[in-house]
Design a protein around this ligand. Structure first.
Ligand SMILES: Cc1cc2nc3c(=O)[nH]c(=O)nc-3n(C[C@H](O)[C@H](O)[C@H](O)COP(=O)(O)OP(=O)(O)OC[C@H]3O[C@@H](n4cnc5c(N)ncnc54)[C@H](O)[C@@H]3O)c2cc1C
Length: 305
């Protein structure tokens, strides 16, 4: 096994051009687990060296470790090497609160100090906590190689269970997220309260400027799912001026979100529990976004969620 430690973007891209299938190492909190569990083979003897993949460490690249705020365009650019701990700190947490909420649920302090948003994208687990938030915010993923640069909507980047649209030789350099005028939040259920991979998760964005609700679900499909029918229904049902929504509408919304999920039974949960969970989480998030009960007097005063 050979390890290349890149100290500049140029070095990293040159190394990737020479070794397009190099294992890119950022915080290592996913990659090293995969290696330890034997899902990735590095080779342990001199005979393996010719066939084992090169490891490219990118954790020292300042371009990946930084973020910028563009208030004129109302957007934030986050480098792929920005850690969860940085995402929960101001000013990023205030600008993208749903991402901060998701980041706080990731692993332990040690994992949040090492693990990165780019690594979450690189692994592209359906349970990745950053991914539903990126999907609901309609983030753009930036990719770069020695020969080209391209931007992909995150929905096109995530193509399946731990499968992305990243090509050999490409590095994820970061994501661009809009700073929205409105409420955004993230919710997750798991088998315990901390240090837990999501059994099901939901991100909701209420974009007041576009008068649009956007919902994305994690752990209930091969990759993160959007819920277009539920989004259209709730966008039309809420009182955007006063911040209200009726309980009946919320229940209908929760039902549509649950119907949009495609969960499976596995060692973490049954499909039925997952489907139920995303419906409940979506209703709770929507109630946080629109706290007032609205609708005809006398109807649905208690949300019962
Ligand atoms: C104990 C523990 C608890 C965890 N808890 C959670 C949790 O609650 N929620 C959650 O979502 N995840 C969790 N994880 C998984 C992991 O911490 C996250 O997915 C993290 O964001 C991965 O980031 P990393 O920098 O460590 O990635 P790495 O392990 O370095 O890389 C992950 C993958 O992405 C690729 N990659 C990394 N950077 C780039 C890049 N710039 N360009 C292209 N490809 C790249 C790598 O090649 C690899 O395939 C946990 C892991 C552990 C060990």
């Amino acid at each position: 096994m050979s390890v290349i430690i890149a100290f500049s973007m140029d070095e990293a891209l040159r190394a990737l051009a020479a070794h397009p299938d190099a294992l890119i190492l950022s915080g290592g909190t996913d990659l090293l687990v995969e290696i330890n569990e034997g899902h990735r083979r590095l080779g342990s003897s001199s005979a393996d060296i010719a066939t084992s993949p090169t490891v490219l460490a990118v954790d020292r690249l300042s371009e990946l470790r930084s973020w910028t705020i563009d208030l004129e365009r109302s957007q934030v650019h986050i480098g792929a090497g920005v850690t969860w701990s940085e995402l929960v700190s101001e000013p990023l947490a205030g600008l993208i609160p749903a991402l901060a909420e998701a980041s706080r649920t990731v692993g332990s302090p040690q994992i949040r100090n090492a693990g990165t948003l780019g690594g979450n994208l690189g692994t592209c687990s359906p349970a990745g906590d950053g991914l539903p938030v990126l999907a609901a915010l309609e983030a753009v993923v930036h990719l770069r190689s020695a020969t080209h640069q391209r931007d992909l909507p995150v929905a096109e980047f995530m193509v399946g269970v731990k499968r992305t649209a990243r090509l050999p030789g490409e590095l994820i350099t970061g994501v661009t997220l809009p700073i929205i005028n409105g409420w955004q939040g993230y919710s997750k259920v798991g088998v315990r309260n901390a240090m837990v991979i999501a059994t099901a998760s939901t991100a909701l964005v209420a974009d007041r400027t576009k008068r649009q609700i956007r919902v994305a679900l994690g752990s209930v499909g091969p990759t993160v799912l959007r819920c277009s029918e539920a989004e259209t229904m709730l966008s039309a049902a809420v009182d955007w001026e006063n911040g209200g929504v009726g309980s009946d509408q919320l229940r209908e919304f929760g039902g549509l979100v649950a119907a949009a999920s495609r969960p499976i039974d596995d060692h973490r949960s049954s499909a039925a529990y997952r489907r139920h969970s995303v419906g409940v989480m979506a209703q709770r998030l929507a109630r946080r976004a629109f706290p007032l009960e609205s609708g005809p007097p006398g109807q649905g005063k208690s949300s019962g969620i």
